[in-house]
Design a binder for this molecule. Structure first.
Ligand code: FA5
Length: 338
């Protein structure tokens, strides 16, 4: 009789605990409460039948019923807490609202400009190469025909890492590194970061250049002008005119600064071009044969041209930016326009 009673208690407890675990809403919970803990529930019924047991069995049977009652009551409390928390969450979670898309970023204007420049030169038959930003004195100056202690080194305000190691002041060292590794013909562009002790509205201590280098048979200044005219037409607009102005670089002879017809006034003279009608874009020239000596090329067999284009400058001209610092301040109101 006793074992039958205890079996019933166990069965009822298990049934009740399962029921509370599974209830999905407050209405179902209330139904389960009435069924398993209410006045007419099985547990109450079992308490009532305690009196029918032999006297000596009543204490342990009573304990079993009470324990079951406590466990079932706890299960009811847990289920209630679970359902109320879920209700609270659903009160402020309006699942019918449209989703919030995550903020998608995009390439920085400098990266876009650099990629566009490389794309244009790739169409003209150039390959893209790269070099290190921490450079040796040899590649940044010496092999580019800057004699030690020559005043031309002063034009590039250099940031030194140690006596013979520096942050490259231009991408021109990649010319030497490329020629050391490859035999002519060479048609390459080398994009990358460059560093100088410069800081004003058109100069930044860290900026970007794209170097160009062509070494092949029978290359003349006409090729240099043709390639840069095609570049200016593709990058700015088909009508863009360029002019070559005599200049000096130790690694090119002759050398030329390349200007474009002012993008704002089309050559009439304005605030942007300071009345001249022209804007400086890059430095260039015919590769000085002295360089071929450093890399083992024969100057009687090949000739070439090179140029170094300021990417930040190109972006400022193309998009009419008044201050180079806009490119580096990380202000999303500015950056999102491009
Ligand atoms: C050079 O750096 C040469 N290596 C270019 C060259 C390459 C000449 C190959 C001949 C053959 P320059 O110092 O003028 O030249 O710099 C080239 C361009 O870099 C400038 O026209 C300008 O657009 C840009 N530039 C120079 N300094 C800064 C700076 N601090 N911030 C932003 N742009 C700069």
């Amino acid at each position: 009789m006793m074992s039958q009673f205890l079996e019933n208690v166990d069965k009822t407890r298990i049934e009740a605990l399962n029921a509370f675990k599974e209830v999905a809403d407050l209405e179902a919970l209330e139904k389960a409460r009435v069924e398993f803990l209410g006045l007419k529930s099985k547990i109450t019924e079992l308490s009532r039948t305690l009196g029918t047991l032999p006297k000596n069995e009543r204490p342990s049977a009573g304990q079993a019923v009470n324990k079951a009652k406590t466990l079932v009551t706890q299960a009811h409390h847990h289920a209630l807490a679970r359902l109320e928390a879920a209700k609270e969450r659903s009160d402020y979670l309006d699942v019918t609202l449209p989703g919030r898309p995550p903020l998608a970023g995009h390439k920085h204007l400098i990266s876009q400009t650099m990629a566009e420049i490389c794309r244009i030169f790739a169409k003209l038959g150039f390959s893209v190469v790269e070099g290190p930003e921490v450079e040796t004195d040899y590649y940044n100056f010496e092999a580019l025909n800057f004699p030690p202690d020559h005043p031309s080194r002063d034009m590039q305000e250099t940031l030194f890492v140690s006596e013979k190691l520096l942050l490259r002041t231009h991408t021109s060292p990649v010319q030497i590194r490329t020629m050391e590794k490859t035999k002519p013909p060479v048609w390459v562009v080398a994009p990358g970061k460059t560093y100088r002790r410069d800081d004003d509205i058109t100069h930044s201590p860290m900026f970007h250049q794209v170097e160009g280098l062509v070494v092949d048979k029978g290359i003349t200044m006409a090729d240099l002008k043709g390639v840069l005219t095609a570049f200016a037409a593709a990058f700015f607009s088909p009508e863009t005119k360029i002019r070559l102005r005599p200049s000096f670089f130790p690694f090119t002879e002759p050398s030329a600064e390349v200007d474009i017809r002012c993008v704002l006034c089309q050559g009439q003279g304005c605030r942007l071009c300071k009345g001249s009608g022209w804007l400086e874009l890059l430095g260039s020239g015919m590769v000085d044969p002295a360089l071929y000596k450093f890399v083992g090329y024969n100057p009687d067999e090949v000739s070439g041209f090179a140029f170094g284009l300021g990417v930040d400058r190109a972006a400022m001209l193309k998009y009419g930016l008044s201050n180079i610092r806009h490119l580096y301040e990380g202000d999303l109101r500015f950056l999102r326009q491009f």
